[in-house]
Each structure stands twice: as C-alpha cells, then as structure tokens.
Design a protein around this ligand. Structure first.
Ligand code: NAD
Length: 297
C-alpha cells in the first residue's frame, strides 16, 4: 500500500520505518529537520508538503503532538482533507481529547473520507519493535480494511467502540501510566536511600506486587534497564509536556463524568513543576530528579 505519514517524531519515525520494512511505500512529512532525517534513515521518502505526502495514498496516518495541530493538519487549507485521494482512510494515532476525536470523525467523514482514532501505547521501544497496543475507535469494517497496515506496528489491536473510544481508552491508560511512573520514581529514590542495590530491587519488584510497565521499562536509575531515558539524560522518550497534556485530558474526562481523580491531579501538578523548570521536552521520567531533590522550583 502507499501510505502518507505526518509527524515523524519520537514515535512517528520508528512506526513509519516499520511500514517501510514491511514493504509499504511510505511518504512522510514533518516540520523539524531532525525528525525528517530520522525518518529518511528508516527509508521513508520525506516530502516538503502535506499535499505531496498524501498524493496517491491509500492510508494517511497522523502522529502529532496535540489536537490543535492534528485538526490544522487535517482540516487546514493545505491540509490532508484538501489533498488526499477519494476513498483514503485517515488514521490519527496521536493522543488527543475525546471530543476533538469525535469532531474529527464528523469533519473527515463530511469531506468524504473514512476516519479512525487509533492512539497507541508502548512508547518508543514498542514503536521500534512493532509491539504497540492500538486502541481503535470508529467503524469496525474500516479497521478490518486497514488491519494489515496497523498489524505491522502492533502487538495487539483493540476495537474499543465508536468514534472517540480509542482516545477514551488511551487517556484512561495514560492516567494510570502517570500514576505508576510517579510511584516508580518515588520507590526508586526510597530504595536507593535505604541502601538497596538498584538492579536487585528492580528485579524483585518485577516479580512482586510493585510491578508495572513504568517499572519494567522506565526504571529511572542509570544502568538498570536499557530502555529507560535516564540512560540518555532524559532525551527522546515520552516528553514531560506530552504526559502533562494526557493528564489534563484525563482530568477533563474525569470532570465530565464526575469522577474524582486526586492521584492524577497530583502527578499533573508534578508535571507542571517540571515544565516550569524548563524540562518540558525531557522524558517524563525526569520526575525522579524532583523526587530526589535535585531540582527545586
Ligand atoms: P514528538 O514531539 O517527538 O513528535 C511530534 C512531531 O510532530 C514532531 O517531530 C514535530 O516536528 C511534528 N509536527 C508538529 N507540528 C507539525 C505540523 N504542523 N506538521 C508536521 N509535523 C508537525 O512526539 P511523539 O513522542 O512522537 O508523540 C506523538 C504523539 O503520540 C503525541 O500525541 C503523544 O502524546 C503520542 N504518544 C507518544 C508516546 C511516546 O512514548 N513518545 C507514546 C504513545 C503516544
């Protein structure tokens, strides 16, 4: 298939690279030169415009920071909907708010295309390995049509219901990630101060009741787990600004459903502190420095 990919960042570059490796013809677009280079290194044909990226594409995927950008890239005058081929399926894998995803279902359909909200979980390590969990909202028949494309990037694919339900699942999941990340950062610092060996504690917690994905993948002590951003001075990975955004969206969903979320609120406040300290672009596991008292606001 020919695929147009917009947003070649930490997630988009490895995800689109897997499609290239599976034999698809992938054309990509990003505003940032570093992202363009990363995608080109994965075999993506990097284009200079959205129009050139989506020309002739059977499937268009967006992997962008937030809903304002996704909406502009899709609906804008030089956007996807103005240039995509009739019949193309548009998949948004960014994490955006539930109502915005529902609006996009309506506007993309009104423009004559099919749309799925299909956010992912699994981080950049899952993107590189093709083991992401996809949570898909929209028409089940459209999902079946594009399943072979998604499968190349996925460990598991869940159809979570109608328009916006992919985002509903993703925001709930990421709220839990934020809370378990905070628990892991606090545990890592406490364990170290109690004189425990970091690797031994990490290994035992994985087979004990303190286990979580954040613990297994992002343990924030250098040299313990290769996939953790602490080993790269918190560059790349999942930006603090993005986790902050996801927690804001989860809190908004909590408000609209009258659900009290005090732990998510506390972690959002910690992310706010990190943003104020100028760490918005660093991986969110940089939270460990706040716990350790290395940073003060
Ligand atoms: P990123 O910031 O690394 O990548 C986003 C890319 O979009 C950047 O390269 C940026 O230059 C590009 N971009 C911004 N505006 C653009 C525009 N108008 N046109 C073209 N390109 C544009 O972010 P990421 O970590 O790859 O995350 C992307 C999305 O996936 C976010 O919604 C995030 O919440 C979600 N997500 C991230 C992770 C993770 O671990 N990083 C995991 C799951 C989901």
């Amino acid at each position: 298939m020919r695929i147009g990919w917009i947003g070649l960042g930490n997630m988009g570059a490895p995800m689109s690279g897997r499609l290239v490796a599976a034999g698809h013809e992938v054309h990509g677009f990003d505003l940032a030169e570093a992202a363009r280079e990363a995608a080109a290194a994965q075999g993506v044909t990097v284009e200079d415009t959205v129009a050139a990226t989506v020309a002739g594409a059977d499937v268009v995927v967006t992997m962008l920071p937030n809903h304002g950008i996704v909406t502009a890239v899709l609906d804008g005058p030089d956007g996807v909907l103005a240039h995509a081929e009739p019949g193309a399926v548009v998949i948004d894998s960014s994490t955006i708010d539930i109502d915005a995803a529902r609006s996009l279902h309506a506007s993309v359909s009104a423009a004559g295309f099919r749309f799925l909200d299909a956010p992912v979980s699994g981080g950049i390590s899952g993107a590189a390995a093709g083991t992401l969990t996809f949570m898909v909202g929209g028409d089940a028949a459209v999902l079946e049509e594009v399943r072979p494309v998604i499968e190349v990037m996925a460990g598991r694919i869940f159809h979570t219901g109608g328009p916006g339900n992919g985002q509903a699942a993703k925001l709930t999941n990421n709220m839990m990630l934020g809370i378990t990340l905070a628990a892991t950062a606090e545990g890592a610092v406490l364990a170290e101060r109690l004189g425990l060996d970091a690797t031994t504690f990490w290994e035992l917690a994985q087979v004990s009741s303190g286990d979580s994905w954040a613990l297994r993948t992002w343990y924030p002590v250098a040299g313990v787990v290769e996939t953790a951003a602490v080993n790269r001075d918190f560059t790349g990975g999942f930006a603090t600004a993005l986790l902050r955004k996801d927690l804001e969206l989860a809190l908004a969903a909590g408000e609209s459903t009258s659900t009290a979320l005090p732990f998510a609120t506390a972690v959002r406040d910690r992310m706010d502190q990190l943003v104020e300290l100028g760490l918005a672009d660093r991986d969110c596991s940089v939270l460990v420095k706040l716990v350790d008292g290395e940073l003060s606001s």
